[in-house]
Design a protein around this ligand. Structure first.
Ligand SMILES: [Zn+2]
Length: 700
């Protein structure tokens, strides 16, 4: 559930140094006359990216030079605002390139990325290290209290100064050069780690030839595996992959214990197979580079550097928080393990529960204690129903409405485009929905933007937002039916989308800029409504009968929310602590990835039956910069969203209009004015309590 924040504003381009030919052929050189100015995917060809990037970098550099060479003294307008607006052509290319690389990549795009990544990295380093630019920004910053700036302007000055300072601009020349080299190498290493990760995801296949080995699996899962076999020219066999909709049902239902082990090992060992996609050595290099970078910038380690601008403020606060949840989670996981063992003993099997048994026997516990299996609820959660549920929720809370816009070009036939209208009927945004897995799509689910909402020449340009998922496909003539987990993921990504719909502000730097440990609040809070009867009765309708989900099933569904929470929280927190350990430790060339991981997990007392949700070599979240030393943010935000949702419940009206309006104002729309805890306290009236989270998760 990653989020990538990308920017794009279509503007007419000045074609100073470019040939006419390029301008005619390459859509990035001309204004887009598509509906709502959305990217003309049908005209964009892979070969357009490199020349477009080259020109965009040249233009951006020229804009920066103009700011630096300005003979007038630095002012807010000629320096801060001008820098904030620069780079318009880059803002239209990068979201398209980044979006396609995530959702519809191919070897050619990956090749282009290998060429453009160092180009872009060198460009941003050059800006970050531009002394003339930094001097002007610093001059405005130093004089900021005498400039009669409003609150938003003051924040943007401070953030911009901080960006440069954290990028090393205030350092002596020699250290700046060193830092540039480190960050260029770092971006290449990150890229290679991610590519290996994708290759490893695709490489593992559990191929079944003997029908007897399918025992226990539901028919639609078998059908999907047969379909996958056909897709990879293995007609007549069954192929399971590491993708969630294939792997998790297999681990949950397959009776063949050896094959479950094969599947789990295939999954957890991604990147650790001593083959050409092995990530161990690269990961150590990345850790060392991050450590060097942090030290040059005056921090003890990367976690110090990262948390300095988060709500958490420092690594110790993160550890303290994680341990507060870790202890009750691990205690509960141990009780769950005993439940699993009891079933194994009862069925007369003579073995100790192992990691590859957890899903399978947990499913038995669920049937017994929680009396609910996914196949019972799935018929109510067709992908269309769930989409409508999201639209209804946005309507009940904020009065939004949605209309399909098939005339908007998309990059794949499965992608749907919607126009989003605000509560007064005015145009608010465009939303793309890309629901199913494809070989060129990376795993997981995420939200991004093809264009951010921003002021452009005195006019508001609305956002173009995309949510991308890897949900179960339709099977045969039945519609795609989502598991409960997939259903809540849909609400999650949609929550990020709503955040993007509403974001306001006069400056790009601050209009949607929130701390990482805040960004999952808008997404996670929507998951709470997904399971409330008041909403379920409207959207969870049986795909054949049209009957709403019965009360009795809702009750069991709600009760099941506590199911396996020990395991879920433990495997998550183990990964979050592993991430913090990597980024607070002194790593050298001699550090052994697997030994480090084992020591880290031993220290916190992780039990053998649970493997961290991600192992180091396939921990995609921390390969790039975004969630490194920051995987904790999901639970941090979990505390925020549980407390915020509790406020709605406590008010007696789940869709309390005043609270919804305040949530929009302080949490979603005005991040340029209200930051982190300040935003939260403005909405809630006080800081969040941890109890609603522990209670919701059955940990208290
Ligand atoms: Zn998210």
């Amino acid at each position: 559930m990653k989020k990538f924040l990308l920017f794009l504003i279509p503007l007419s381009m000045i074609l100073s140094s470019c040939g006419e030919e390029k301008a005619v052929d390459n859509p990035f050189f001309v204004e887009w006359d598509t509906p709502f100015g959305s990217p003309p995917f049908d005209q964009i060809h892979e070969d357009h990216f490199i020349p477009a990037y080259q020109e965009a970098i040249r233009q951006h550099q020229a804009e920066i030079d103009a700011i630096v060479d300005n003979a007038e003294a630095p002012t807010f307008e000629n320096t801060i605002a001008a820098y904030d607006q620069a780079g318009s052509m880059l803002r239209r290319i990068s979201p398209v390139f980044g979006g396609l690389r995530g959702a519809e990549t191919n070897p050619r795009l990956q090749e282009i990325a290998r060429e453009t990544t160092p180009m872009l990295s060198a460009h941003s380093s050059a800006i970050r290290m531009n002394e003339g630019l930094f001097e002007r920004i610093q001059a405005v910053y130093n004089d900021r209290n005498n400039l009669d700036l409003n609150k938003e302007q003051m924040i943007v000055v401070e953030k911009m100064y901080q960006d440069f300072e954290r990028g090393g601009a205030a350092l002596p020349a020699e250290q700046r050069e060193e830092l540039t080299k480190i960050s260029e190498r770092m971006s290449m290493v990150s890229l290679q780690l991610s590519e290996n990760h994708l290759a490893e995801n695709n490489a593992f296949k559990l191929i079944i030839e003997d029908e007897a080995d399918l025992a226990g699996l539901p028919s639609h899962i078998i059908a999907a595996a047969a379909q996958e076999a056909t897709r990879v020219d293995m007609d007549g066999k069954w192929v399971f992959t590491t993708a969630f909709p294939s792997r998790v049902p297999f681990l949950t239902f397959a009776q063949n214990r050896d094959l479950r082990k094969e599947m789990l090992m295939g999954y957890v060992n991604r990147g650790d197979n001593d083959n050409e996609n092995d990530n161990k050595e690269l990961f150590i290099e990345l850790m060392m580079l991050r450590q060097q970078m942090s030290e040059i910038l005056g921090y003890d380690n990367y976690a110090e550097y990262f948390t300095a601008i988060q709500m958490a403020e420092n690594p110790q606060n993160v550890y303290d928080f994680l341990y507060r949840v870790w202890e009750p989670a691990l205690a509960r996981a141990k009780r769950e393990k005993a439940d699993l063992q009891a079933i194994i003993n009862r069925e007369g099997s003579n073995f100790k529960v192992e990691a590859h048994d957890w899903w399978y026997y947990a499913e038995q516990v669920r049937k017994e204690k929680y009396d609910l299996d996914d196949d019972e609820v799935k018929p109510y959660f067709t992908i269309e129903n769930v989409k409508q549920g999201n639209f209804m929720l946005a309507n009940k809370l904020w009065g939004l409405t949605f209309e399909a816009r098939p005339e908007i070009p998309v990059y794949h036939e499965e992608v749907e485009a919607y126009e989003v209208f605000d509560n007064d009927g005015s145009h608010l945004a465009i939303l793309f929905i890309d629901p199913h897995p494809r070989p060129g799509k990376r795993s997981g689910a995420w939200c991004g933007t093809y264009r951010s909402g921003a002021w452009e020449d005195g006019e508001w340009v609305s956002p173009i937002v995309t949510i991308v998922m890897n949900f179960t496909r339709p099977s045969g003539d039945k519609p795609a039916m989502l598991s409960w987990d997939e259903t809540t993921t849909y609400f999650h990504e949609f929550g990020h989308a709503v955040h993007n719909f509403f974001a306001q502000g006069n400056f790009r730097r601050t209009s949607r800029s929130v701390p990482r440990d805040f960004v999952e609040l808008p997404s996670q809070i929507l998951e709470n409504w997904a399971g409330e009867p008041e909403l379920l009765k409207s959207y969870a309708l049986h795909y054949e009968t049209g009957e709403p989900i019965p009360d009795e099933l809702i009750e069991r569904l709600q009760k099941s929310e506590h199911f396996n929470q020990g395991f879920i929280n433990t495997e998550y927190l183990a990964a979050a602590i592993l991430d913090m350990d990597w980024h607070t430790s002194n790593i050298t060339e001699d550090t052994d990835v697997n030994a480090f991981e084992r020591a880290s997990m031993k220290r916190i007392g992780l039990i053998d039956e649970i493997i961290p949700r991600y192992r180091t070599t396939n921990f995609g979240h921390i390969f790039g910069g975004g969630y490194a030393a920051g995987y904790y943010v999901y639970r941090w935000a979990g505390v925020l969203d549980a407390d915020a949702f509790y406020a709605f419940k406590e008010s007696g009206d789940l869709f309390n209009p005043q609270m919804a309006a305040d949530f929009r104002k302080y949490i979603l729309a005005n991040n340029a004015l209200y930051e982190g805890m300040d935003a939260y306290v403005n909405f809630r009236g006080e800081e969040p309590a941890i109890e609603p989270f522990l209670i919701r998760s059955g940990l208290k």
